[in-house]
Design a protein around this ligand. Structure first.
Ligand code: SIN
Length: 305
């Protein structure tokens, strides 16, 4: 019997598989498909201070090796997330969740984080400084070490829960951003968010997405994500949640060998609502196949053989 459990900042997960923010709603929507309590945890759709309709449509497009999205942080606002969505989730999911928080100013992040800090079902805060689909805030905080540190400090001031900073791959030096977050008090790093891209419709000769650009996710980004997890693991001593194109149990093992303590699954949920269940079901066999008895023991294994 293999051991799939992992620990994230002192909280044990029965397995490392976590649906990524924005690809699994608030979780309760998936409870009709399977018992979502098999998940390690889940990361909720990012909450902003005020409700948001998001960007104009079309805002999702398939492309070779994945998909583009320019959703633009559609969500009902942090108050409705706390009063409506999280209680619905609590009825069907009985484990701590990652509450994903987005903002347009440092104060936005701090205010939303302070509210989510008081919700018992929130185990960790995942602070999204990496959304490429909004014209202010979002990714602009995650492309500058000093801005990333400022958001980290502001959030740490208002919460006692572990804070994971979610980073963008749209930078030349991911390590400097991760280090800045760690030095500012972050308890962990989530990476990667989507890579900025675009697609053009040959019939209209115009961009497919109404917002022109969007974030690329899916199998195409996996090598980039693995490389960044590997580099960040060498530089920081806080846990990493790795993500980017994870679609199989083998992908989970690769990310953990690169240095991830847990793994988020994103675009795969959009293609197949059962994706996380299939990965979890297949994980023990994949571990046996590669001679792994305890998942915790392979974290960072690719760094030392
Ligand atoms: C979005 O809502 O635009 C996607 C979220 C993100 O990329 O952080």
């Amino acid at each position: 019997m293999v051991n799939t459990s992992v620990t994230l900042c002192g909280i044990e997960l029965t397995n490392p598989v976590i649906p990524a923010s924005g690809t699994f709603g608030y979780g309760h929507e998936f409870a009709d498909y399977y018992d979502i309590n098999i998940l390690g945890s889940l990361s909720t759709k990012g909450a902003t201070r005020e409700p948001r309709f998001g960007n104009p449509t079309p805002r999702i497009a398939e492309c070779a090796g994945g998909m583009l999205n320019s959703v633009g942080l559609q969500n009902p606002g942090v108050d409705a997330v706390i009063s409506e969505e999280l209680p619905k989730l609590a009825r069907v999911f009985h484990k701590p969740v990652l509450a994903n928080v987005c903002g347009f100013s440092v104060d936005d992040y701090a205010r939303s984080a302070a509210k989510l800090d008081k919700v018992p079902q929130v185990g960790w805060l995942e602070i999204n400084i990496s959304c490429p689909n909004v014209h202010s805030g979002g990714m602009s905080f995650g492309t500058d070490p000093s801005a990333a540190a400022t958001v980290t400090k502001a959030v740490k001031t208002v919460t006692t829960k572990p804070v994971f900073m979610k980073l963008t791959p749209n930078v030349t030096d991911i390590v400097s951003i991760a280090k800045a977050c760690e030095d500012a008090g972050a308890d962990g790093i989530s990476l990667i968010n989507t890579l900025m891209g675009m697609s053009i419709d040959l019939r209209t000769r115009r961009p497919v997405l109404a917002n022109t650009t969007g974030g690329l996710s899916g199998p195409a980004v996996k090598p980039v994500a693995l490389r960044m997890v590997y580099q960040v693991y060498e530089a920081v001593s806080i846990p990493i949640i790795g993500m980017g194109g994870v679609a199989t149990a083998g992908d989970v093992l690769e990310f953990m060998l690169a240095g991830a303590a847990a793994v988020e699954v994103g675009a795969a949920n959009v293609a197949d609502p059962l994706a996380c269940k299939k990965i979890i079901d297949n994980l023990p066999a994949a571990m046996t196949r590669y001679g792994i008895n305890d998942l915790k023991e392979i974290i960072g294994g690719a760094h030392h053989g």
